[in-house]
Design a protein around this ligand. Structure first.
Ligand SMILES: CC(C)(COP(=O)(O)OP(=O)(O)OC[C@H]1O[C@@H](n2cnc3c(N)ncnc32)[C@H](O)[C@@H]1OP(=O)(O)O)[C@@H](O)C(=O)NCCC(=O)NCCS
Length: 411
């Protein structure tokens, strides 16, 4: 058994969330990820949202596992010298700086290709490398706003809402992983690297695809499966309507706390067994509910009926009972449910990691599982922890060379 990406060297020039989430996955898969950080403060997130004084924040540690850290001053001539050698010895360079940052530092794509024609140069930008908006910066909520997510998330009478899932940042990160792996595969037979990009707006739009489907259906009449009574010219916010071919809703459970709900999808075949389980045999065959079409006309009544029953049980009890009769459902998992969940822990999706300064922290593992290439989660690096190791072992510098670079303020 070996790591899937063993032998692939990633020059990780990412910061904040979108880029680091991509390179962390590549690290989980076994690539040698060298995180190149400005000397002094490093990735800005090391110091953001700190819970423990003078220790790398969870913001940083949960997005930078399985990496080595090299500090490098790219504005110093000696720093550029080291960077040039890293490019010559790298397979993939990943960055998510603001538009044009690496060009301004003297490393446009043309120069990188001259230095290493096999290099894959991968970027995340808010709006891509070309197009009228390509010069703009972006953050998560901006991508959700402009990718179609916010206008379709919430209820009819709510403001447009962001989802808790970071689909603009980590969503872009995982899209970039796919693009990089495709470019690596392409290089195996072409021998050539290429320019790879993912725009945050477009990652969100890719995940909002079904709403663009509904936009076009809307031109032919109201969307029957939406709970909305009136429709305008764009897809409305539809609360928790399932968005698939079957209706669904989050239904209240005992004891009535903010996350005591279970989401139930009403496949056509579940209705009769569900009535029997709820001891509502009196409604079996009742024409108001007996067909999916009839139920679609009175979804509020259907949900109220099931909620009357579900609110007498906890969400996990309801899950167990409904699964016995093959009803697709999922309790609304609060973060405290998730962090102690046996299933997720058994699959190394919630993992405890030892960090040299903060002790143990809990992180989210690797969602990509490969049977012959297991993932081991290792701590995020301290700032510059591997500077000397990278310079000597990877670039062949002597101890004197390293000292010279330190004296010049390059590392
Ligand atoms: C996230 C973002 C808005 C942050 O903007 P920002 O804090 O102004 O940072 P930028 O990326 O624009 O610039 C980084 C600066 O650090 C400098 N820098 C970075 N690494 C360096 C190093 N190792 N040595 C010296 N300087 C370094 C760059 O040269 C640049 O300086 P400049 O402005 O003089 O050119 C911006 O990076 C961005 O839009 N990224 C693309 C989209 C994205 O990923 N968004 C965030 C999702 S979490």
């Amino acid at each position: 058994m070996s790591k899937a990406l063993e032998g692939v060297r990633i020059l990780d020039m990412t910061h904040v969330q979108a880029g680091p989430s991509c390179t962390q996955i590549l690290g989980f898969l076994g690539a040698d990820v060298i995180k190149i950080e400005p000397a002094g403060r490093g990735d800005i997130t090391r110091g953001q949202l700190r819970d423990v004084p003078n220790v790398d924040s969870l913001y940083f540690t949960m997005l930078n596992c399985n990496k080595r850290s090299l500090t490098l001053n790219l504005k110093a001539p000696e720093g550029k010298e080291i960077f040039t050698q890293l490019i010559q010895n790298g397979d993939v360079l990943v960055e998510n700086f603001g538009p044009g940052v690496l060009d301004r530092l003297g490393f446009p794509w043309e120069k990188m290709q001259e230095l290493n024609s096999g290099l894959i140069y991968a970027s995340i930008k808010g709006f891509g490398l070309y197009g009228p908006m390509s010069h703009l910066k972006a953050y998560e909520s901006i991508a959700q706003a402009m990718g179609g997510s916010m206008s379709t998330t919430g209820t009819e009478d709510s403001v447009p809402l962001c989802t808790g899932a970071q689909i603009g940042d980590s969503g872009s990160g995982i899209h970039l992983v796919a693009a990089i792996l495709a470019a690596l595969y392409h290089r195996t037979h072409s021998g050539k690297g290429q320019r790879v990009e993912v725009a945050m707006q477009e990652s969100v739009l890719n995940l909002v695809r079904v709403k663009m489907r509904d936009h076009q259906r809307l031109q032919h009449g109201p969307l029957a499966e939406y709970p909305n009574k009136t429709f305008g010219t764009s897809v409305p916010r539809s609360g928790n309507a399932s968005g698939g071919g079957h209706p669904g809703a989050a239904l209240k459970c005992k004891p009535g706390g903010p996350n005591d709900y279970i989401y139930v999808v009403f496949q056509p075949q579940i209705w009769e067994p569900l009535l029997k389980t709820m001891s509502r045999d009196d409604l079996v065959g009742d024409s108001r509910y007996s067909t999916p079409e009839a139920r679609l006309e009175r979804l509020d009544d259907v949900y109220a009926l099931v909620e009357e029953w579900s609110s007498q049980h906890t969400k996990f009890e309801v899950m167990e009972i409904l699964n016995e009769i093959d009803v697709p459902c999922g309790p609304i998992m609060a973060t405290e449910d998730i962090i102690r969940d046996e299933h997720l822990r058994s699959r190394q999706m919630i993992v405890d990691v030892e960090h040299p300064k903060r002790g143990t922290f809990t992180t989210v593992g690797c969602p990509l599982k490969l049977s012959d290439s297991p993932v081991e989660i290792e701590s995020s690096p301290l700032l510059g922890e591997h500077t000397e190791e990278v310079l000597t072992e990877t670039l062949g510098y002597t101890a004197e060379d390293v000292q010279r670079m330190r004296d010049a303020g390059a590392v």
